[in-house]
Design a binder for this molecule. Structure first.
Ligand code: PMP
Length: 439
């Protein structure tokens, strides 16, 4: 199975977000990982330029995390998430809100980014209802936004392919325009133009009435549609308008959480305080599925009314705050702290920025952009065959020993925060070679 899987070995697994037929004709199998590298089934080392899928922020096989999981599974393997608790989930919630922006006081646990989004949207609607504002049910997302794959998430999300095959979406959803403007090409860090795009929310308020709108959800930095960096002043403007109209602001920090921009959360980096933060991925370094929704005390307390023996929020998952995920989360946060990884990301960001923008001038490159330890390289699409050029770059990069991610004709880079300058040189140098030989 390892070296040369036969079609029979590969027959049953319907792979997620993967071109199954292409993969099964030429499988790319990863069998081990340590630090900055994956090992393939044919024994090659692949430099991880994507932190797995934006999740292994501390790199791979971190001993503290591995040992915490091993210990937990022998001690308390599972505890019901229904009228019962166990200490580690409480401890993790406290640790999380302590590192979150001031005012984020409570954590609700989920198993993924998608579930965190569904949870936050439901909390938003139920919060208004708890305050007697039952008409506030409308949700507003953004074009090119990605909020996971469940029905709430694809409804507020703005990616055509995520929506068009799946029938009716959630009713009462609108989308703000995306912030990717041609005049911002080659921006280093936050682009100059586009703060005014937040004003579109005023148009929606005028159209529907503020008293019908529950929440706006945006990714501070949109990742999955090719790294869209918020223009200067845009998030501040969105905060002002939502606050003015009593609309909740949700930051989907599934990729920006846990140090990607050099702060624990993007909210701190941009100094904009939302009402809720959704997170996942880096919460457990990608090792065990886990997500969370962080909320203000105002939101939480609105539910803490009524008789004491009633369940306040009728929502949760069998594995919400499971012992093993909680142990992994605690060990992950400890690893970030011990290695001072968020400060490291901050310190490396300038070197990273120069490296990413050094790809300007290489073949096919029509834009480069960056923020924290995120980079994007946009390629000129092949006429009549969108996505093909970037996908070919991904295949060739893998052959040359680097893992990159592509979305459309955009290459997205998001390495583990333990990356060394020599790795950055290798990643960007190899990518430059790939681009220059690409058809
Ligand atoms: N929101 C954002 C911003 C994401 O980037 C992702 C995953 N890339 C999700 C939600 C969904 O997370 P998951 O795949 O864990 O459900």
């Amino acid at each position: 199975m390892l070296d040369r899987p036969t079609p029979n070995d590969l027959r049953a697994f319907w792979m997620p977000f993967t071109a199954n037929r292409q993969f099964k004709s030429a499988p790319r199998m990863l069998v081990a990982a340590s630090g900055m590298h994956y090992t393939t089934s044919d024994g090659r080392q692949i430099l991880d330029g994507t932190a797995g899928l934006w999740c292994c922020n501390a790199g791979h096989a971190r001993p503290l995390i591995t040992e915490a999981i091993q210990k937990q599974v022998t001690e308390l393997d599972y505890a019901p998430a229904f009228q019962m608790g166990h200490p580690k989930a409480f401890e993790l919630a406290n640790r999380l809100v302590d590192m979150a922006p001031d005012g984020m006081d409570h954590a609700f646990f989920t198993n993924s980014g998608s579930e965190s989004v569904e949870t936050a949207l439901k909390i938003a609607i139920a919060y208004h209802r708890a305050l007697g504002n039952g008409t506030r049910t409308r949700l507003i997302g953004r074009e090119r936004g990605y909020h996971g794959v469940n029905f709430g998430g694809i409804s507020v999300g703005g990616i055509v392919n995520n929506r068009r095959h799946f029938g009716a979406m959630l009713a009462g959803v609108d989308h703000l325009p995306h912030t990717h403007l041609p005049e911002n090409q080659w921006s280093r860090g936050q682009p100059e133009h586009g703060a005014y795009l937040a004003d579109d929310l005023e148009r929606m308020v005028a159209l529907h009435g503020a008293d019908t709108i529950a929440a706006v959800i945006v990714e501070p930095v949109a990742g999955s549609t090719g790294v869209l960096i918020p223009p200067k002043g845009y998030l501040q403007r969105l905060r002002e308008i939502t606050r003015k109209h009593g609309i909740l602001l949700i930051f989907d920090e599934v990729i920006t959480g846990f140090g990607r921009l050099g702060s624990p959360f993007a909210a701190q980096h941009f100094d904009v305080m939302p009402d809720m933060i959704t997170c996942a991925k880096g919460l457990t370094n990608g090792v065990i599925p886990m997500g969370a929704v962080l909320t203000t005390a105002d939101i939480h307390d609105a539910f803490m009314q009524g008789p004491e023996n009633l369940i306040e929020l009728f929502h949760g998952y069998t594995y919400s705050g499971s012992p093993i995920a909680s142990a992994a989360g605690l060990a992950t946060l400890e690893t970030y702290k011990q290695d001072d990884l968020f400060a490291r990301a901050h310190d490396l960001a300038r070197y990273w920025e120069d490296a990413v923008h050094s790809l300007k001038g290489h073949r096919h490159v029509i834009d480069t952009r960056n923020m924290g330890l995120i980079g994007a390289v946009e390629l000129e699409p092949i006429a009549g065959a969108p996505t093909k050029r970037a996908f070919n770059a991904f295949l060739q990069a893998y052959e040359k020993g680097i893992l990159i991610r592509t979305t459309g004709d955009i290459i997205a880079l998001s390495p583990p925060l333990i990356i060394e300058k020599s790795h950055i040189d290798q990643l960007i140098g190899t990518l430059a070679e790939v681009l220059d030989t690409l058809e």
